[in-house]
Design a protein around this ligand. Sequence first.
Ligand code: TYD
Ligand code: MG
Length: 497
Amino acid sequence: MARQQARFVCQQCGAFHAKWTGRCDGCGAWNSLIEELPREELPGGRIKGGLDRRGGRALGFVGLTGPSILPPRRKTGIVELDRVCGGGLVPGSAILVGGDPGIGKSTLLLQVAAAIAPGEERSPGQAAIAAYITGEEAIDQVRLRAERLGVAASPLLLAAASNVRDIIASLDREDAPALVVVDSIQTMYLDTLDSAPGTVSQVRAAAQELIRVAKRRGFVLVLVGHVTKEGVIAGPRVLEHMVDTVLYFEGERGHQFRILRAVKNRFGATDEIGVFEMSDRGLVEVPNPSSLFLAGRPGAPGADEAVPGAGRVSGSAVFAGIEGTRPVLVEIQALVAPAILGTPRRAVVGWDGTRLAMITAVLDARCGLSVGANDIYLNVAGGLRIVEPAADLAVAAALVSALTDTPVPDSVVFGEIALSGDVRPVGHTEARLKEAAKLGFAEAWIPRDRGKRRATAAAAGFQIAAIGHLSELVERLAPRHALRGQSLGQRRIVAAS
Ligand code: TYD
Ligand code: MG
């Protein structure tokens, strides 16, 4: 029979090509074609190498309930990390930690590996609880860092290696450590493959081998992954599918806050964040992020009260948000300036630009405030990224405040804005108000909610302003502007009063 013609398959989109090319015609990916031999077809339509029923063994199906022995989660001693992982590390699982270069991945993981507490099930022959394998730095560099972090005395196994065969030979044994950190997966290589370390096939194959050993020996495998400029983990997306948990370590370079965020977690929720502060002694946990995010706010405790004008400024509102299970207060800053060029400029940091457009449109159409024609700059202070729609009302407050040059009184604001301009109730009202009270706020602007919640909040000595429509916020902040409008919202106010 004639030799089967080879075909080239794009590893990104799966398109077939008769010839190798540098760029896939199907999806435009570069260097993604890999040669594959098609299976031979036998007479009768069967495929050679394809499966038929006779060779297989019937599966023993079971029910959803039944005895299962899950080893307990392992606490790392770093509470912020444990919470992001869903309450500790699950033995036998693989975790991918991504983040920009220099953000502090190696620092965090060295601290974790040094801090992880010995569990009761530690076997007698086990030399150490954690191993740290670095393919990026020299041993001395890591030692120097350990000394700076104050963890040099911990019984950690340290190795500089990048050959996966060696690593597996050292880990595939009874007394394997409970936690293995591989920093980074892009520096690892399998000598059975031709391609250079960091290429798609190497990254994928190396991760596969390491994960297999982790599952077999039941240790927690932490892979460090580089992130490209576009914000995806370099290498195949498939890496994210292979691991159980994907964590992103993010933060602004100019700020010392670092935020650990779960984007995928097979063993817990993905909306938790861990907040750290980079200090000269490594990463320090921030158990109360609100005070950190509000620290530099004018009028905050510690701000210079003696300086005139150092009090409240316009264009700033405090949003009482929820990150995972934890309330977090952040300052939302807005600057509205007349547009010089034809198309108004929009610059948004830490929030969704589309949502901003929606709110300016609602302010325009329902409240008669022409915000949209101006240049708008919106910033979430402290480098936090907010995804909650509950921030709508706080953003609107910051925008109206900036436009009318009226400071927002010392209150927290939250609520979702509908396209009609109605302000919708959001969840966790109690938790948000409690956090605000803890930080010294005594007033809150919240959605109008028929029910008992207001009563309980008011009992805590809190002044609540219930806002049912966005125009009520404008009315409250800048009555002069509110009366000038001729929209539906204005008429409502007039009708109500
Ligand atoms: P690193 O963990 O090497 O980043 P990554 O592994 O994500 O590339 O972090 C390096 C940065 O952290 C570097 O800019 C210096 C800073 N750093 C501190 O500020 N304090 C410290 O104690 C340490 C160890 C690092
Ligand atoms: Mg590093």
